[in-house]
Design a protein around this ligand. Structure first.
Ligand code: KG4
Ligand code: ZN
Length: 364
């Protein structure tokens, strides 16, 4: 274990956010964010209705150097003060990963610092420990544009996947629903806003896999059902849109409640000694207030303590990458400069891939 505090520069370029941050980790495990800069490319991709890998990679190249400089400046540090450099090495879009990963290696080499290749999902998974005490084991639900999975987090680098989507990610389902309704990208916030004025009982949407054993997800049927409802309307008025959004949100909320109860039961079986374990929800979809209310209810009923990081730490950022690097460094892990970036990199390297997984997109 490192005896002195460590200072880690983190770099994140796996999708459509270019980000750099510096965190400090005390020898006793406490964390602090000294700087955290994120440049969203949402506007660059909005005209295409989704992330364009080549556009993303070029934007990362353009901005990463300046952002790293800014992160050091805001932390009041020089490169020589750092203990290590951590960069996302996967999973994600290869072009962007190579930009951050190569920059990080070059920086580490020039400053003679250890380099840590971080799994982006581990960044999300360990974020609560940066914010306060969050002992292992705990249950993680990651719901973003690219991922939808339950992980049993047993330790740094020690994960068991309990469930995952067999087709679309949840954020993707929100985005596709928004697109079918002629709303902009990203769709989640717009669906949530419209749902507020809608009737959530007007349309009967499926609750995919509800009641089934295990805690896997499937969202492609929900998207198809929304498409069929839209096509069956004489006119897609504002009220129809709002009612579809509200009905969609309710279907998602009930599905998540069912899957979460099952994931919690699986967690209890695997870790009977954990008295009041944390239930951590991360990823952009965790911003949704209706879903948060559902998680609050389910967690309370099942004896878990709900932990949702603040929105800017739920979505992609580099503080989480720096922190995952800090936790790894504290355990004596670092990587050689020959470590490769990986478009696919499951957190749980033991469980076989889910049967019938359909998504072959950016962050599958
Ligand atoms: O974690 P994130 O920022 O990026 C990755 O995909 O990694 O998540 C983005 C996703 C998008 O699909 C977006 O539509 C969804 O999170 N999202 C929401 C909300 N805010 C963002 N979904 C539902 N309700 C929201 N309020
Ligand atoms: Zn992410």
């Amino acid at each position: 274990m490192a005896a002195a505090p460590t200072l880690i520069l983190g770099l994140e370029t796996s999708c459509d956010e270019t980000a750099a941050a510096v965190v400090r980790r005390e020898a006793d495990g406490r964390g602090a964010i000294l700087s955290n800069v994120v440049l969203s490319q949402v506007k660059d991709h909005a005209p295409y209705g989704g992330v364009v890998p080549e556009v993303a990679a070029r934007a990362h190249i353009r901005h990463l150097g300046a952002l790293a400089r800014q992160a050091l400046d805001e932390a009041g540090l020089q490169a020589a003060d750092l203990s290590a450099v951590a960069a996302t090495a996967g999973p994600g879009l290869m072009g962007g990963l190579l930009v951050g990963h190569t920059f990080g290696k070059g920086f580490a080499l020039a400053q003679n610092l250890p380099f840590i290749a971080v799994n982006h999902l581990e960044g999300h998974a360990l974020t609560p420990r940066l914010l306060g005490p969050c002992p292992f084991p705990y249950l993680l639900l990651l719901i973003s544009g690219g991922h939808t999975q339950f992980q049993l987090v047993k330790g740094v680098g020690d994960y068991t996947r309990l469930g995952t989507t067999i087709d679309d990610a949840l954020g993707e389902a929100f985005d596709k629903t928004a697109k079918l309704l002629g709303l902009g990208y990203p769709g989640g916030p717009q669906v949530e806003a419209l749902a507020k004025s809608g009737d959530n009982t007007r349309f009967d949407l499926p609750r995919p896999l509800k009641g089934r054993a295990g805690c896997d997800f499937s969202f492609s049927g929900l998207k198809t059902a929304v498409r069929e409802i839209v096509q069956a309307q004489d006119a897609v008025t504002d009220q129809v849109r709002a009612d579809i959004c509200a009905s969609f949100e309710r279907a998602v909320s009930e599905t998540l409640a069912d899957r979460t109860r099952r994931a919690m039961a699986m967690f209890r079986e695997a870790c009977p000694e954990a008295a009041t374990p944390a239930f951590v929800v991360a990823g952009g979809v965790a911003a949704n207030a209706r879903l948060r209310a559902t998680f609050t209810e389910v967690a309370a009923a099942q004896g878990f303590s709900l932990m949702v990081p603040p929105f800017h730490l739920c979505t992609d950022n580099a503080a989480m990458i720096a922190w995952a690097g800090a936790e790894r460094l504290a355990l004596g892990f670092s990587d050689g400069l020959d470590v490769a970036a990986r478009a696919r990199w499951p957190l749980d390297t033991v469980s076989p891939p889910a049967v019938g997984r359909g998504r072959l997109g950016a962050k599958a």
